[in-house]
Design a protein around this ligand. Sequence first.
Ligand SMILES: Cc1cc2nc3c(=O)[nH]c(=O)nc-3n(C[C@H](O)[C@H](O)[C@H](O)COP(=O)(O)OP(=O)(O)OC[C@H]3O[C@@H](n4cnc5c(N)ncnc54)[C@H](O)[C@@H]3O)c2cc1C
Length: 380
Amino acid sequence: MNKSHTDYDVIIVGAGPAGGMCAYELSKRNLSILILDKEKLPRYKVCAGGLTKKAVDLLPEDLQDIAENHTYNVLLTLNHRWGFSKTTSFPIVTMVMREKFDYFLVQKSVDNGARLLDQTKIILAEELSDCVLVKTEKGNFKSKVIVGADGVTSSVGRCLGLRKKPRLGVAIEGEIFPNNNANDLSKYNRSLHLDFNVIPKGYGWIFPKKDHLSVGVFTTLQKIKDIKKYFSLYIDRKGLTKNYSCRSLIGHQIPIGGRSEILNTKRGLLIGDAAGLADPITGEGIYFGLRSGQIAAEAIHKSLTRYSFSLDVYTKTVKDEIINNFRYGGYLAILLYTLSFIAYNLGRKSDLIIATFIKTVTGELSYTDIFTKYLKKYLS
Ligand SMILES: Cc1cc2nc3c(=O)[nH]c(=O)nc-3n(C[C@H](O)[C@H](O)[C@H](O)COP(=O)(O)OP(=O)(O)OC[C@H]3O[C@@H](n4cnc5c(N)ncnc54)[C@H](O)[C@@H]3O)c2cc1C
């Protein structure tokens, strides 16, 4: 590869799951990579850290050393009143703490030769005719391609003129520790708790970690007044106030559903939250960060090694594989959150519906499949 005009083949801004996966895939292909992140790594990130089976299946190595817990059981409730659970023969969600998980992927890339500069915030990214110029607090760098993996408020997206209006959901989460006796976690640590009707158009969750619980509420509404109030009511109803302490209560936006906008320019593209790629029903974003990072790496590698240079295939693949599916997920979200009583009871009574839900978590079924194969057949 001719590197005479630029410092790097690719600069990746953001060392979350999207940036980490993209860096890993590109470094495996022997391209020269610079990863920039404004935080000192490893860094805490507000997130329940639930990796669905489909996310785990994408990872280069198993997570034995960093997994906090594996859950084989989902407990679903409505109005804190009715509940049922479903057990799976495989870990439906693997729990991680993001500081460890994100760093694990970045370190794999560094092992493959990528360079990491943390505590380095980008100020400007400018696309020139033969390269991209990235200005940071610690100096300027050039590359042939820039990847914006810098989260929901993406500076790269702004600089490149991409992703102007993401649709946003909102979540707030606390890390909840037992005050004295670790056994206080025992009644929670086998199951994933998903509780509906605890916040408008969303749900509450308890994700069990090794020594604490990640607990939060999420709404698909763009704006909600006083989300902290819903959180406080939720932990109160779940019995997590007395004898427990809530640390680091943080709210954050989640860009749900994708949009039909273009996600690339000539020399730049957006992945993960920067591209708005979180699930419109659940707010799951790690899988889509990882997957868009992989698709981006493939498109960049092809562009840099073949005669014709174009990143357009990236937008096309993400639209075909992810965003079209989100469109159907968006319709299902409206059904689920508007008719939650009916949806919940259908799920409680029908093994087929619960099996279908689980298949969307594992990746065996897409929302498009549910709409085009099941609902259409059922309604006709
Ligand atoms: C409360 C909450 C709970 C969630 N729980 C789950 C869950 O259980 N499972 C799941 O799949 N998803 C979950 N999500 C969604 C998930 O956290 C995101 O979708 C995921 O983090 C997106 O990854 P990313 O790599 O695109 O961006 P991020 O993880 O946001 O990483 C972006 C990185 O870019 C860096 N950066 C930003 N700006 C700059 C700059 N100017 N210069 C340099 N670096 C910069 C940041 O420091 C950061 O490290 C949750 C979200 C929230 C808010």
